[in-house]
Design a protein around this ligand. Structure first.
Ligand SMILES: [Zn+2]
Length: 502
């Protein structure tokens, strides 16, 4: 091995799986020692400090892990022989698209994944399969750990602890033994004032916001008080000494090619409301007066299914989004949200859809290739599982013949077979999960010809978000413009579209 050319990196990350074994620093330094010892013995020298990536944040996806992103960038631009990690799961926790990213990056740059147990050369088919299997294993375990953590949090809520990361306005988060609770802070009086202005002086929500702004009282996490912040305080039972959990839950969604999370209000029957350990700021009577003034039940915006397949893709020439609107007793239309300012005219949704589909039909050949290419990588995991299952079946047959030939005792056979059986069950379950993920519900995973894609578009049974996903696999953006001066028939104004393909 030529010492001058050999370049290694090290990636250190604490995973939730080692939740019990110390702080991030402790775990990282333990892993550092293991890997440096390994490097000194097997790779001819320790890894240089500027080649070591320590992930301090515990991000779930690669997008949330800055050091991983840095590492992937460097292996793609520099000549790196291998990356050391204590096990494959450090690189990816098994999210399907992240696994793909990791595997592709290492494979196409010819970078080895080096763990003390095994070195994986992802250009090698067999190593790649093994590596994928390892990442999958990580995922099962993570799901399990997550479930346990979730149960632990619920138990803590039921004990009246405050488990959210920050305290609600008016309270401070304080330690209570091993857990946290709340203590009224300096802003507790403002909370009382808000409730009084609402229930006693009967001010409107916006009038309360104005009053607080006039008094130069600083709001939580913003410059000015707004209706939304007042409303959420007036509806939060935490001020009566309760703990509310699951009110808003983080929901992960795949959008624009990345995982985004939003926090919509959960259905009421999923909320957990328990007596907290903390002191109330508002009496139960005042709180119920407050709710009564809002109406019997708090208004929750109902999440509706997306209706516009072009959502996020079509923009007005002024740069604003084009939104879908279905006026009562008339056909749906698309209009610019800054219509008043930019003066662009709206159009019938059906007319825009037809124009877009017609334009796309005109570029058919290019797109077929692009879609087939992008669909190839996603099937490999399922393929791997299928092959692994076949090979286990073969081994099982061999096991039977060994028993028949008398090579194996019945006891040994049973032992081996039980292990095989367990692995088969796990793999079959993983495969059916995988196949579900690749089912037509996610059209971007499939190889579609444009012709098929456009047929799907006219199918009313395909939900708009699936169509949106499909479009996003080949359309970058669509720019709409319509500045006709004809004021006669507003729905017949001619418009133009510029379609940008990926
Ligand atoms: Zn506009």
């Amino acid at each position: 091995m030529d010492k001058q050319n050999v370049r290694y990196m090290m990636y250190l990350r604490k995973s939730r799986a080692d939740a019990e074994s110390g702080s991030v620093e402790e775990v990282l330094s333990r892993h550092y020692d293991i890997l440096q010892r390994f490097a000194a013995e097997k790779l001819g020298g320790a890894v240089k400090e500027d080649m070591i990536f320590r992930e301090i944040v515990s991000g779930e996806t690669i997008d949330d892990r800055p050091e991983m992103k840095k590492l992937l960038r460097r292996i793609s631009s520099e000549d790196i022989t291998g990356v050391l990690a204590v096990d494959p799961q450090r690189l990816s926790r098994g999210d399907l698209s992240d696994c793909g990213t990791v595997i592709r990056s290492f494979r196409y740059t010819g970078t080895l994944v080096i763990t003390p147990q095994k070195t994986f050369d992802l250009q090698d088919k067999f190593d790649r399969k093994l590596f994928e299997m390892e990442l999958m294993r990580g995922n099962d375990y993570l799901e399990y750990v997550r479930e346990i953590m979730h149960r632990g949090r619920i138990a803590s809520v039921n004990q009246g602890n405050h488990i959210a990361s920050s305290a609600p306005f008016g309270y401070r988060k304080v330690r209570d033994g091993k857990t946290h609770t709340l203590s009224p802070g300096s802003d507790a009086g403002i909370v009382r004032l808000i409730f009084e202005l609402w229930t006693k002086e009967k001010l409107s929500i916006s009038a309360i916001a104005d009053r607080l702004n006039e008094l130069h009282i600083s709001p939580p996490k913003a410059e000015m008080w707004c209706s939304q912040s007042i409303r959420s305080i007036l509806r939060n039972p935490v001020y009566t000494g309760k703990i509310r959990w699951n009110y808003r839950r983080s929901v992960k969604k795949f959008m624009d090619g990345c995982v985004i999370s939003s926090r919509p209000v959960s259905p009421e029957n999923e909320w957990i409301l328990t007596d907290g350990k903390h002191e109330a700021i508002i009496s139960a009577e005042m709180f119920s007066d407050s709710l009564a003034r809002f109406g019997t039940s708090p208004r929750t915006k109902r999440a509706s299914a997306p209706v516009n397949p072009f959502a996020g893709l079509i923009r007005c020439s002024c740069g604003s989004a084009m939104v879908y609107q279905k006026p009562k007793n008339s056909s749906p239309r698309l209009h610019c949200i800054s219509q008043k300012k930019c003066g662009s005219r709206s159009t019938l949704y059906s007319a825009a859809e037809k124009a877009i589909l017609d334009a796309l039909k005109a570029v058919l050949p290019d797109i077929c290739a692009a879609l087939t290419k992008s669909s190839r990588s996603s099937d490999t995991l399922a393929d791997t599982l299928r092959k692994e299952i076949t090979s286990l079946h073969t081994r099982q047959e061999k096991l039977c013949s060994l028993l028949e030939q008398g090579v194996y005792s019945e006891e040994l056979f049973r032992k081996r077979n039980t292990a095989l059986e367990a692995r088969l069950t796990a793999l079959t379950a993983a495969l059916s999960d995988e196949e579900e993920k690749l089912s037509p519900a996610l059209p971007e995973k499939q190889s579609f010809s444009l012709h098929e894609a456009l047929c799907l578009f006219q199918d009313k049974n395909i939900p708009a978000d699936a169509k949106n996903l499909l479009l996003r696999s080949f359309v970058k953006k669509i720019v709409y413009s319509c500045h006709s001066d004809h004021h006669d028939k507003w729905h017949s104004a001619p418009f133009s579209l510029d379609i940008y393909l990926l």
